[in-house]
Design a protein around this ligand. Structure first.
Ligand code: ADP
Ligand code: MG
Length: 729
């Protein structure tokens, strides 16, 4: 075995679980210990300040300077009491991750010393010189100023020794340069439109909230093995590696016993999550070997998303303590499942009603159906946009690949809900049916059977599935910022609800009674949204054909999928909902295309380097061992016998030569394709060139490298193999 590979495999195999420091208190006692939540606020703020802050949070109103100063003083004291030495505005730039610049609390005290200082001004707003964050040309470097401003709806927290203050990040000229700003705008729009519709059913509703429960999938790889795979280190995925003889075919990993080293890591991670107020709840093995999942209890979407972003940095840190490297990439290994981040999404009222959950009365059920069909219509109208919201260079490797949702958005409803919608569609005013609920109440407008949708009716192949009281958007990638999907979805649904509301109002103005108006519009939406509804096998070839016939977006090229953001109807929708301006949409697409190009460019460079400098030399060395053998056989044995004995080695030598020469040719062709693509100025055209002309070489090169892996002496092979990466834990 190659020296390095031998060493790291041994090191990884010998590793024991790391001991976890378990707090003496119970989880309920240390939960949220590192969060400036209402409990800490009560303790550290005056009653007046506390009331003003809570009022501003609950009513989405700005803080005045006086209150801000007072909050800052209390927050600083709390932070220092809890070990913080620095503070940072914590924001989400257009890379998939978070950004922070730490400042210490110290300031001159005017007497030659320093003291801990933190003003309301610094709490509320800062101007990070962030000219090197992606901005799609909104801010050129001369105009490098951007503002970060405190998002009071998400509590500050302490990570390590740093007080982190969740903020939005906007350009000097007002355009958003982050994910949080448009997310907050989309959540406001769905609140407004959702409340207006919910008030048809209950005038007491004042707010509609969007909820998000994410399920984070990830792989763990031992840190020593990871370090010996330059492709994993540089790109987050393996660019080569033959399938292991055993992978997930026995289906013995899903929900299987968790290996002790992993269990220790999970426990450690959970404790950290709970201290930070992340309600981590579920952990289990996933389908692929060394693949796992963590899911919290769902929360309001903005908070849930902050928690997911925090989790993504936390998980990396905790994994390192346990000598693991966590892979959040969507497709780290070929031939086995990739990782997603299901976004369980629902809408709920401030009166405590989940709007996608069937109710107990006919009225509640009519409300349930109203929200369901509006969600369907929005997903149908904007299916291309929703796909664009989850696509990226990395998720592009997963979607449409084996055992992953196809690159087509459809909606699964399950047989019960489908039946109900069918019946509703067929009923009409001339043939009044009865609407029954659990409490037996009846209205003379329509009849739908008592609705008790169970969520066992699961279809794992659907990218967007109804699961009893929520929808599960499964196409979201494991490394993504959920905000991207949540912005598109909530804005689209808000827009649809607003349209629905105005249609109902128009009917009522003409003298129709509310229930009739609702049912009439519901029927329209059921008919309209039919093409998005698909309960069959989303992985099948027939579905691709059928989806194309239905006019769903079937584009598979990542750079072209992103085009959906700039369709005139999409731009108008985002403008109507006050979520994005056209300039923002254009700038964001520039960033997306640029990111796509850069990621594929890095992968292509790493693959070229590995192929020529790691694989070919080793294959050549092994080939020369074989040649040597052939030479010796031939010189020892009589001619005919010698040729016979050496025949197999000879044919192997030839096959290896073929693979090696194809690899060299393809790497050269790939380099040429890159040179041409790099000269293209337009970001979209460049991304298309990378997708169409550079990327296809990578699979071919890999194919031939993987063949060589099967031939070359195992002792010589330099890179840890799939069976080592996936089965040592
Ligand atoms: P599964 O893997 O079977 O889908 P999990 O328990 O792993 O289920 O994850 C389900 C996620 O959905 C959890 O985060 C849970 O809190 C969340 N969830 C449950 N009900 C709702 C809801 N009404 N709205 C949003 N999220 C929800
Ligand atoms: Mg799920």
């Amino acid at each position: 075995m190659s020296q390095l590979r031998f060493k790291v495999v041994e090191e990884a195999s010998a590793r024991k679980p790391v001991k976890v420091e378990i707090p003496k208190e119970r989880p309920s006692e240390y939960y949220g210990k590192c969060v400036f939540n209402r409990q800490s606020m009560l303790k550290y703020l005056t009653k007046k300040t506390y009331d003003a802050l809570v009022y501003a949070i609950d009513n989405k109103e700005p803080l005045n300077r006086e209150v801000a100063d007072s909050v800052a003083a209390g927050m600083k004291q709390w932070a220092i009491d809890n070990g913080a030495r620095h503070y940072t505005h914590w924001f989400h730039p257009l890379t998939d991750g978070t950004a922070e610049k730490h400042d210490s609390f110290i300031d001159y005290d005017g007497k030659g010393g320093v003291l801990e200082e933190f003003s309301g001004k610094l709490l509320v707003q800062q101007e990070p010189d962030a000219s090197s964050f992606p901005n799609g040309g909104i801010r050129n470097t001369f105009e490098a100023r951007g503002y970060s401003a405190w998002d009071i709806s998400s509590p500050a927290f302490i990570l390590g020794n740093t007080l982190c203050i969740p903020t939005i990040f906007i350009a000097y000229t007002g355009e958003s340069l982050d994910y949080k700003t448009p997310l907050l705008r989309a959540l406001n729009s769905v609140d407004k439109a959702g409340t207006a519709v919910a008030q048809f059913f209950d005038p007491n509703v004042k707010h509609v909230m969007s909820n998000l429960g994410w399920e984070q999938e990830y792989f763990l790889v031992d840190e020593a093995l990871y370090a010996a795979r330059p492709d994993l280190v540089m790109t987050g995925r393996t660019l080569m590696g033959h399938e292991s003889a055993k992978n997930q075919q026995l289906e013995d990993h899903y929900f299987g016993a968790i290996p002790p080293r992993v269990e220790a890591f999970m426990l450690d991670l959970e404790i950290e999550c709970h201290k930070l107020g992340i309600p981590a709840k579920t952990r289990h093995n996933e389908v692929a070997p060394n693949q796992f999942e963590l899911a919290p209890i769902f929360e309001e979407t903005n908070l849930a998303n902050d928690h997911n972003l925090l989790l993504m940095s936390l998980i990396d840190e905790v994994a390192r303590r346990h000598h693991f490297q966590v892979l959040l990439h969507e497709k780290p290994f070929a031939g086995i499942n990739g990782s997603g981040k299901h976004n369980n999404w629902s809408l709920g009222t401030d009166t405590g009603v989940l709007l996608f959950a069937p109710g107990k009365t006919p009225k509640a059920n009519l409300q349930f159906i109203t929200f369901i069909v509006n969600a369907m219509a929005a997903v149908y109208k904007y299916n291309g946009l929703l796909k664009a919201s989850i696509i990226s260079a990395t998720n592009g490797h997963r979607l449409g690949a084996n055992e992953a949702p196809p690159a087509i958005i459809s909606m699964f409803l399950g047989s019960q809900l489908s039946d109900i919608l069918d019946k509703l569609e067929k009923s009409d005013k001339d043939e009044p049916l009865k609407l029954a609920g659990k409490e037996g109440l009846q209205l003379d407008v329509s009849q739908i059977p008592e609705i008790m949708v169970d969520n066992t009716d699961r279809n794992r192949t659907s990218p967007f599935a109804f699961t009893g009281n929520r929808f599960e958007f499964r196409a979201v990638g494991s490394s993504a910022n959920c905000a991207s999907a949540m912005i598109a979805l909530n804005a689209a649904v808000a827009d649809q609800l607003a349209e629905f509301k105005s249609k109902i109002d128009a009917r009522i103005a003409k003298g129709e009674i509310l229930e009739h108006a609702l049912l009439a519009e519901i029927r329209e939406l059921i008919k309209f949204s039919k093409p998005i509804h698909f309960d069959g096998n989303g992985y099948s070839e027939e579905w691709k054909e059928e989806a194309a016939k239905r006019g769903l977006d079937c584009e598979t090229s990542v750079p072209l999928i992103i085009d959906s953001y700039l369709k005139p109807e999409t731009i108008e929708m985002f403008k109507r909902q006050g979520v994005f301006s056209e300039v923002e949409l254009e700038a964001r697409n520039e960033v997306k295309w640029e990111m796509y190009t850069k990621k594929i460019q890095i992968e292509a460079r790493v693959l070229g380097d590995l192929a020529l400098n790691h694989i070919i030399p080793v294959a050549t060395r092994y080939q020369s061992v074989l040649l040597d053998n052939v030479f010796k056989i031939k010189s020892l044995f009589p001619k005919e016998q010698g040729e016979k004995i050496a025949a197999q080695d000879m044919s192997m030598i030839e096959t290896m030569s073929e693979h090696m020469s194809i690899i060299k040719d393809k790497v050269n062709a790939m380099v040429e394709a890159r040179k041409i693509a790099n000269k293209i100025e337009d970001e979209r055209d460049k991304a298309i060139a990378y997708h169409d002309n550079v990327f296809p070489h990578m699979d071919e090169i890999r194919y031939h490298i993987d063949k060589l892996e099967l031939m070359v002496d195992d002792e010589m092979w330099p890179l840890p193999k799939y069976r080592e990466l996936l089965f040592i834990s």
